[in-house]
Ligand binder design. Structure first.
Ligand SMILES: [Zn+2]
Length: 139
């Protein structure tokens, strides 16, 4: 079974233990959670932006990451997310790309707007999980 599905089932189990849920409700919740988790998981792969307008080459790596776009320092194209697929075209992966251009380890190769949206989503997910666990513990 895929991890996000397992994770979704765990979350729904926690919910089901604190309130009465119909089978249908649980199935719906698992499906929608799994989809959400999957989306989070594949975010970097799927959100490639197609407005690949070439800009003037950016030499300052940090300035390549802007509010609504990130510039590939290899080819100067603009994306919302620099995907693994794209980096392969340059014979790189995220780790070697960061190392080559002096970006800090772990720097997300996404525009700032998406970085924030993603952090928020993770936070929401964690909060929800925590609440479910707290309720479980209070029983
Ligand atoms: Zn590129």
């Amino acid at each position: 079974m895929e991890d996000y599905l397992k994770h979704a089932i765990e979350l729904v189990k926690a919910q089901a233990s604190v309130r009465v849920m119909s089978e249908e409700e649980m199935a719906d919740m698992i499906a929608s959670l799994a989809a959400k988790l999957k989306k989070l998981d594949t975010f970097e792969e799927s959100e490639e932006c197609c407005s690949c307008t070439a800009e003037a080459p950016v030499t300052d790596a940090k300035r390549s990451i802007k509010e609504k776009s990130i510039v590939c320092l290899e080819c100067g194209k603009t994306f919302k997310v620099i995907t693994k697929k794209h980096l392969i075209l340059h014979g790189l992966d995220a780790v070697s790309y960061r190392a080559k251009w002096g970006l800090k380890k772990g720097t997300p190769l996404t525009c700032k707007e998406l970085q924030r949206a993603r952090r928020q989503k993770m936070k929401d997910m964690k909060l929800w999980e925590k609440r479910a666990m707290a309720r479980e513990a209070a029983k």
